[in-house]
Design a protein around this ligand. Structure first.
Ligand code: NAP
Ligand code: ZN
Length: 364
């Protein structure tokens, strides 16, 4: 019998209670729930959560929209854009001290030995455990995320937050930040390259900031005319309304790279037509239904269609350090946890500027 089983047999010794917000079914609103967290082991860091961003993946998961790939186990406590203060550390923890500002993103466990882990791409580890709705190898059941007052995570998955960053505005970097940073970096977004960002939400607005900071030319494609001024302020050189056929045509065959952050079904063929020959459209958005792709949109021009999933731990730290150095953080609307259902309704209709971040003091 494993250690976790013994702990539960002992009636919860080795665990502590934490207040959280959870959904109990795909149709129920998020509501208060008391969960159990493990007491920190030798390598663990216990974090008092101060801020947690609301990612559209939280909404997809709460509504079980990815049921065919990643079915949701209820109750679900979402949240993987976590910034907090270190409240306790195990005896073998070396990088963190009580009182430090620390962060946790989408990954809380991985085997550390597979090819993905060796390459610093823990998100591709066959044994990766995501921060919520993943198998909890310590306590059994599933992992609970950041809509909670505390979390316990092994040190190797805990990130340092540069002191120059506002902790609330840094929280979305842990998912929206790394998810856009990683493909832009890998594909050489920089001077002389023309980058398109499709969808100006949490991911999209970070994509614009990073592409701009790397020196690339940036064009935003949006369905929301009201976001035009913001897109320019965030760093876009130009903003195109995706339904404006004339404006789309003017950009045909001109992009090196397009980052598609759209969360719902949409026409990727129209976007592929914007790529120059050899250009690449990278999907980071994760619509629940398969997208229809025209072979000709790829064949004519030898265009590539690819995907990208968050990023590894080391590259997440690199991204945070870059943000600290260059003063980059998310544009946020801070909310108390009691407004989370309202925020979800707004997120579902693209009414977000540009990330909701829960002020976790409201839970205490
Ligand atoms: P978000 O803040 O809701 O932004 C998505 C944006 O997509 C919206 O603001 C909207 O932008 C656009 N959009 C929404 N519905 C659309 C539609 N029907 N047609 C065209 N455009 C539409 O969401 P997010 O948090 O940035 O996440 C975006 C997607 O990425 C989600 O599917 C999420 O699950 C996924 N994601 C993937 C990863 C990964 O590792 N690959 C990581 C995090 C999130 P406009 O108003 O500008 O049109
Ligand atoms: Zn996310």
């Amino acid at each position: 019998m494993g250690g976790a089983d013994r702990i539960r047999e002992q009636g919860g010794a080795g665990t502590f209670e934490a207040r959280a917000y959870a959904a109990r079914s795909a149709t129920s609103p998020l509501a208060p729930l008391t969960i159990r967290r493990r007491a920190p082991g030798p390598k663990d860091v216990r974090i008092e959560i101060l801020h947690c961003g609301i990612c559209h993946s939280d909404l997809h998961s709460v509504r079980d929209e990815w049921s065919s790939i990643l079915a949701t186990t209820y109750p679900i406590v979402p949240g993987h854009e976590i910034v907090g203060r270190v409240a306790a550390v195990g005896p073998e923890v070396g990088k963190f001290r009580v009182g430090d500002v620390a962060a946790v993103g989408c990954i809380v466990d991985a085997d550390g030995t597979c090819e993905g882990c060796r390459e610093g791409q823990e998100q591709f580890c066959p044994a990766v455990t995501f921060t919520f709705n993943g198998p909890d190898r310590h306590l059994g059941g599933v992992t609970y995320g950041g809509y909670s007052e505390a979390i316990v995570v092994e040190e190797r998955f805990v990130l340092k937050v540069p002191p120059s960053l506002d902790p609330a505005r840094a929280a979305p970097l842990l998912c929206a930040g790394i998810t856009t940073w990683s493909p832009l970096r890998r594909q050489g977004a920089g001077p002389g390259r023309k980058v398109g960002v499709v969808g100006l939400g949490g991911l999209g607005h970070m994509g614009v900031k990073f592409a701009r900071a790397f020196g690339a030319g940036v064009v935003v494609f949006t369905n929301s005319p009201g976001k035009r001024e913001d897109a320019l302020r965030l760093g876009a050189d130009e903003v195109v309304l995706s339904r404006d056929a004339g404006a789309m045509l003017r950009h045909a065959g001109s992009f090196d790279l397009i980052l598609d952050t759209v969360s719902a079904d949409h026409d990727v063929n129209a976007l592929l037509g914007l790529l120059r020959s050899g250009g690449n459209l990278t999907l980071v958005g994760a619509p629940s239904k398969p997208l229809e792709v025209s072979a000709f949109a790829l064949i004519f021009g030898r265009r590539g269609l690819s995907g990208s999933n968050i990023g590894g731990i080391a590259e997440t730290q690199e991204m945070l350090d870059f943000c600290g150095k260059h003063g980059i953080a998310a544009d946020i609307e801070a909310i108390p946890v009691q407004k989370v259902n309202e925020a979800y309704a707004r997120l579902a209709r693209s009414d977000v500027k540009y990330r909701f971040v829960i002020d976790m003091a409201s839970l205490r």
